[in-house]
Design a protein around this ligand. Sequence first.
Ligand code: ASP
Length: 321
Amino acid sequence: MSAASAQHGTPILSTRHLIGVAGLSVAEITALLDLAEEYVEVSRQRRKLELLKGRTQINLFFEPSTRTQSSFELAGKRLGADVLNMSVGTSSVAKGETLLDTAQTLNAMNPDLLVVRHQHSGAAELLAQKVSCAVINAGDGWHEHPTQALLDALTIRRHKGRFEHVVIAICGDIRHSRVARSNILLLARMGAQVRIIAPSTLLPPNAARLGVEVFTSMEEGLPGADVVMMLRLQKERMDGAFIPSEREYYRFWGLNEQRLALAKEDAIVMHPGPMNRGVEIDSVVADGPRSVIREQVEMGVAVRMAVIDALARNLTREAAA
Ligand code: ASP
């Protein structure tokens, strides 16, 4: 299917919003990744489509973001939408307006899509109940970051060709990470063998019930891994001392060349960014031949184009019904 035929494409998502990967089926995830694969080409050719001509997308970011916000902006524009970035720092939110007041104000402008990032888990879901447009969760607290998991899955599929029996080690601050949560849900659903590796203080309280293998040492968890996904220490979400010191953390859980050598010879290295070099990952590895970190950013635009397109198809169908 070409991007042109995607214009008249069949529905991909059964839901009006994308709040998390928890509700996505294998078929929906596969269809999104297939569509994103087409958009990789559109993006590389810097083509601008008109699929979303006349539609308005508002990006509402209550937390700082570099990659996610800019790639949502680019994705919407490449599909032909009018894209508006709401800078929360300079908006009425800074004057004390609540999330719901802001939502109602934006709703009155009749957007078609609202992309939201918020520091509280559940904020995207709450917004989705209050506005009449489609909502995409661009990260809510510790809860989910569905488009990150989808772009990570696309990157893995491009390198490994499949998910079944692929061993994926997610390492670092799992406890505070929405990226880890969405990835565990998505990758396990697709048949991958997921491991988490972290000091016990950075494991989530429900680690044993996640359906993943749990390790507290890199030396034990890395052998046999096809994918090594490193996570940032989410210091902004820590309300106490979870690690003795960053130096100590790097010594035991940082990914350096020696540790990477424990994984499979063709293992790829991933990181959602932003990276703390010298804390969770050594620059030699982050910039080395097995790193696909920059490719992840490229896949981010394609995946977000696919998600926006899929939700817009549902809006079109709804309007026609
Ligand atoms: N950018 C990712 C997120 O928003 C990961 C991180 O911040 O460490 O969750």
